[in-house]
Design a protein. Structure first.
Length: 318
């Protein structure tokens, strides 16, 4: 009988010790369910961070990532594909799980896409796709074709009797090629004549290329800038050549600088999107992917036209 009571005492002591141990961990916040999650690391690279659109997208994305207790590292390749390849490789070596990518060169970026795939890094493209979409999870951006189409349609209405058009393009940037395609297809059947187009891939080429356009063409009625900065730089070149009053300027983008130019009358109209929404949507899709949820292949944001008549109301809505 005594032995039986001793065994009970031992069993009780073991059970009480185990309960106390569990309570200690629970009260101290050390239970497995309360363990803090490891912060995740993401990477962000856009073709050129002097572009305000990319800075707006990054700011929105950083806010969302920080709120989730995670970290975001960035790399600015300054419109250099080789630099972007190296920057992505460096971010992979630091352990990123997701890469937010705006490629300098839609074809030249392929080695980095393969490296991401080999290391299990998911890719979300924004603003411009890559040439092989099989490497990416999804794409977020403005409807670049529609943005080009809208500005072309506006030009037709401003010049019903016709006019001459010159512009710059960047054959390495998918977003720009889509804008150009939309512009040209919108102008089909109109009296607008495209008289000169120069290719550029770096900002330092803009002013010399614009000088060449102006030098080779005595009569240019219309100039289109494929983004805000390009349009403003082309306008400044026209001012330096005293041609600004002879040319009507149009743009695609919608950042504060170009909206000021619209208000001053230096730019007639701009087709706009919301770059800040790129960052917000990219962040939301990132966490959906990490949670195992399915996402669509494309998320295209709305585009619209802002002109001298509507610019003040547009700014109030932002």
């Amino acid at each position: 009988m005594y032995r039986y009571q001793g065994e009970c005492f031992v069993y009780k002591k073991i059970i009480l010790t185990a309960i106390s141990f569990l309570l200690l961990f629970t009260i101290g916040g050390c239970s497995p369910s309360a363990a803090p999650k490891e912060p995740r690391l993401f990477g962000f690279t856009a073709m050129d961070m002097t572009d305000q659109s990319f800075r707006l997208a990054l700011a929105e994305l950083e806010d969302l990532v920080t709120q989730n207790g995670d970290s975001l590292i960035t790399f600015d390749p300054q419109l250099d594909n080789e630099k972007q390849l190296q920057g992505i490789s460096d971010m992979i070596s630091q352990g990123i799980e997701v890469l937010f990518l705006n490629p300098v060169d839609i074809n030249g970026i392929l080695p980095a896409l393969r490296e991401c795939q080999e290391n299990g890094v998911k890719i979300i493209c924004f603003d411009s796709k890559v040439s092989d979409a099989s490497y990416i999870e999804t794409f977020v951006g403005g409807d670049n074709y529609k943005m080009g189409w809208l500005i072309g349609d506006y030009i037709k209405k401003d010049f019903p009797q016709g006019g001459t058009l010159a512009y710059l393009t960047n054959p390495q940037a998918g977003s720009i090629l889509l804008r150009e395609q939309g512009l040209l297809e919108s102008l089909e059947g109109s009296n607008i004549e495209v008289i000169d187009v120069h290719e550029i891939s770096r900002y330092e080429e803009v002013l010399p290329a614009t000088e060449k356009l102006l030098e080779d063409n005595d009569s240019i009625d219309i100039i289109w800038g494929f983004n805000d900065d390009i349009c403003l730089m082309m306008h400044s070149c026209a001012v330096a050549n005293e041609r600004q009053d002879q040319i009507t300027f149009y743009a695609t983008g919608g950042n504060p600088g170009i909206l000021d130019a619209v208000k001053r009358g230096n730019v007639r109209a701009v087709s706009v999107q919301s770059p800040a929404d790129w960052g917000k949507v990219c962040g939301e899709l990132c966490y959906k992917l990490l949670d195992g949820e399915e996402v669509n292949s494309d998320y295209l944001l709305e585009a619209s036209i802002i002109d001298t008549e509507s610019v003040n109301a547009y700014e109030m809505d932002q």
